[in-house]
Design a protein around this ligand. Structure first.
Ligand code: LAN
Length: 736
């Protein structure tokens, strides 16, 4: 809100702070971050107990009407909504743990170690608790909490533990070191790991593939220009190229810890490591999701020669300095326009380090510090660094639609009013200068996290619009509606993002071809080089456009109609042989199939269409004996629907969130198999806990094909949404 707009001492805006989530240590007598009930061997996903406990303590549970008065589904919904309502934050958003990846804490810890910024005893202790909790029995850490150990996760987590003060003879360090040595030492770690080791001074720049800042000086038409790559890849490469150009490293000479790490991470003495050979050495097999392709290997060799030449040629030196100046201006631009939140956790800490490397006394460096806390999250497994500074808008928009799907939403008007305020307050209402820093317009869009971040996403905007339209149709909420012009800005933003193939990518329209993957330097991640059209993003966008044109047919009617038609064709073209859709942001075929069916239905595709029939058939074929669905994370990496090891599958329960996605898809497709629907609903209801929550199960979020990410809100939102729809669907049947 306006009152909460904050300015710093120079009168500069420090953001609206709407949706901001920061944990503060209050007193020694409070509960400790680690909770005895957490056992990563049973489930490495924390249930977000500390947050939920605190929020629940603020309010009293509502008295529930007696069960007899209404059907079982409605009473389950009432319990679920009343519980979730109590978790709503004052500014209207829903907060939750957004952890999972294991390569984020290390960036923070290494950057702070270099700059000398003290995170404070409680944070440091919490981070150690987290790291130790997630160490696996083989001594390693995965790339994410559910993955098998990798060098990426292990070397970085080991270094973090050491920098946070853990003795090298501590059991967890000894175990981790054995794992690292057994896999060839830090020379077998992947690119990003080596990069962080370089700036820390425990790996030599010669052992790293070149990341020349000259990339930014290439003419815009140049093939494979960094301005065309996926914005996350671009904005990670940016600070890396600056630090690489500077060969910025912590001065190791007087730092006993850094010197000691040099002796700990390798299988031979540091002085004897052959760095030129290391540069060409791939990471360990366990890390290799995609191999570095031949063209990239050739490029690395050519650039290595170039690196040897630069220091000797005046003109090249000058060009390099000019490019580094540009890179640094670009870093400042990204920082300032996101109020120092930055687009993600990786460039956040890298940018902070760049500002420090440029000038340790600069305002820019200091402005980064308060925004570090936005990324930290405390749960019963310790303190972690999240994949974003939260998933505020995304979760809140889903919570809104889930609540509205139920027949009892009018009993939750205060919650919906707060949601409406939050959604309104999170829209990006101004543009950024575009061409110089390769940015797409952002006016009218909604980000995944908070408005302050100023990085809107196609599908987050779609969800923002869907909520705004749906809320405006609730009588009691009409006066709080998003103004018409701002709704149109959102529509303009979505239309501006549609790709030539008819689909929608994430933050920008696709700017390059899939050939860019030939230059993917990261073995840990797949399909990260360009912003592809995604089924999920496309479905969300066509659904929003359809919803808008139904209430406001007068605004850009023919543009919208055409966009929807092209979107529909894109979705249809993405369908897999077996009738499912591959999910890039959720696990996996269950997630995207729900999106696809919803999108197709919004485009006017009838349930009798073969595409929908085929998908229904495939979903039904995966229903398990308990009535639910379970799809393993492996689906994401292998592109095959995977129900997990057969050995375990008999004893394993279905996943509540995936079961909800499947039920939503079936209902959306008007599946006539009543028994399957009833069984699914029964299963979801049976998993509700006595207080109205659902259990936190395994990871259902994913990115870059290989990294899992936790969405804590999903366990409440999707069961409510699916059962809400189910209840509407079976309204006339007394058995519900
Ligand atoms: C996200 C989170 C949300 C996600 C959805 C909105 C769900 C999706 O539909 C579109 C893509 C988007 C916005 C997305 C993109 C990639 C992100 C930002 C993340 C998965 C969260 C973390 C991830 C980011 C790249 C993590 C930092 C790691 C790097 C490899 C840079």
């Amino acid at each position: 809100s306006d009152e909460s707009v904050q300015k710093d001492e120079k009168g500069q805006l420090t953001g609206s702070l709407v949706g901001r989530q920061v944990w503060r240590y209050v007193s020694k007598t409070g509960s400790s971050p680690a909770d005895d009930s957490f056992d990563p061997h049973i489930n490495p996903n924390a249930a977000d107990k500390p947050l939920r406990r605190q929020l629940l303590a603020r309010s009293k549970a509502k008295d529930q009407p007696e069960e007899r008065e209404e059907g079982a589904t409605v009473s389950c919904l009432r319990k679920g909504l009343s519980f979730y309502e109590r978790l709503q934050c004052d500014d209207g958003h829903f907060a939750g743990d957004y952890g999972g990846p294991h390569f984020l804490i290390p960036g923070l810890v290494i950057a702070c170690y270099i700059t000398g910024h003290d995170l404070g005893e409680h944070v440091k202790r919490g981070l150690c608790v987290y790291l130790r909790n997630h160490q696996q029995i083989d001594g390693g850490w995965g790339t994410h909490i559910e993955g098998a150990s990798t060098m990426f996760g292990t070397v970085l987590s080991y270094v973090s533990l050491r920098l946070l003060g853990t003795d090298k003879e501590h059991k967890s360090c000894r175990l981790a070191r054995a794992f690292i040595h057994a896999h060839g030492g830090a020379v077998r770690s992947p690119l990003w790991c080596r990069f962080w080791l370089c700036v820390l001074g425990v790996y030599e720049w010669d052992g790293l593939m070149p990341i020349p800042p000259e990339l930014w000086g290439l003419p815009r038409w140049f093939p494979f220009h960094p301005g065309n790559v996926w914005v996350h890849a671009r904005l990670v490469k940016l600070p890396m190229s600056y630090l690489y150009g500077k060969r910025y490293s912590k001065d190791a000479a007087n730092d006993t810890l850094v010197l000691s790490l040099r002796t700990e991470l390798y299988t031979c003495p540091y002085e004897r490591v052959d760095w030129a050979k290391a540069r060409q050495t791939p990471s360990a097999d366990i890390d290799c999701y995609v191999e570095v392709a031949v063209p990239m290997k050739v490029l690395i060799s050519l650039l290595s020669v170039y690196e040897r030449v630069v220091p000797h040629v005046g003109a090249l030196r000058k060009f390099r300095s000019a490019c580094m100046r540009f890179a640094m201006e670009y870093v400042h631009h990204e920082d300032a326009f996101s109020y120092y939140i930055c687009i993600g956790p990786v460039n956040k800490t890298l940018n902070m380090l760049c500002c420090f490397a440029e000038n340790p006394k600069s305002d820019e460096y200091w402005k980064h510090i308060p925004r570090l806390a936005d990324y930290l999250w405390l749960a019963e497994d310790g303190i972690k660094m999240q994949g974003e500074c939260g998933s505020q808008l995304w979760d809140t928009a889903f919570a809104c639609q889930a609540a509205l799907s139920t027949p009892i939403h009018s009993d939750y008007t205060p919650m919906l009013r707060k949601i409406q305020a939050f959604v309104n307050n999170s829209q990006v209402c101004h543009d950024v200068p575009t061409t110089k820093y390769f940015r797409h317009n952002c006016k009218g869009g909604w980000p995944f996290t908070v408005g302050d971040q100023n990085w809107p996403v196609s599908d987050c905007t779609a969800e923002g619009i869907k909520c705004s339209i749906a809320l405006a149709q609730v009588d009691a909420l009409k006066d709080g509606s998003l103004p018409y012009e701002r709704m149109c800005d959102g529509i303009d933003y979505i239309l501006s993002l549609q790709n030539r193939d008819g689909g929608w990518a994430t933050y920008e329209p696709t700017r390059g071809s899939p050939l860019y993957e030939l230059l993917n330097p990261c073995e840990s991640f797949g399909d990260i080089m360009i912003d592809y059209s995604y089924t999920e993003c496309t479905s969300a966008c066509v659904t929003a456009l359809g919803a808008f044109s139904r209430v406001r047919p007068e605004y850009r009617g023919s543009d919208i109609e055409r966009a929807i038609r092209r979107g529909r064709d894109f979705i249809l073209a993405q369908q897999m042989e077996d009738g499912s859709w591959y999910g890039s942001w959720g696990v996996c075929f269950t997630y995207a199939s729900w999106f696809a069916i919803e999108g197709l239905r919004a485009c006017g595709v009838a349930p009798s269409h073969t595409a929908i029939q085929k998908c229904v058939h495939m979903i039904l074929s995966k229903q398990r004996a308990d009535g639910g669905w379970y799809e393993s994370f492996e689906s994401c990496t292998t592109w095959k629907y995977d129900q997990g090891p057969v050995r375990e599958s008999a004893s394993r329960q279905s996943n509540v969130i995936q079961s909800s996605w499947a039920l939503l898809a079936l209902l959306e497709a008007e599946c006539p198999d009543k028994e399957a629907l009833n069984l699914a609903a029964q299963y979801i209801m049976s998993r509700q806990t006595s207080d109205g929550d659902w259990p936190q199960e395994n990871i259902v979020g994913v990115f870059n094909r290989s990294v899992g990410i936790t969405y804590t809100a999903y366990r409440n939102v999707f069961p409510i949404w699916a059962l809400g729809k189910y209840a509407q669907h079976t309204k006339h049947s007394p058995s519900t």
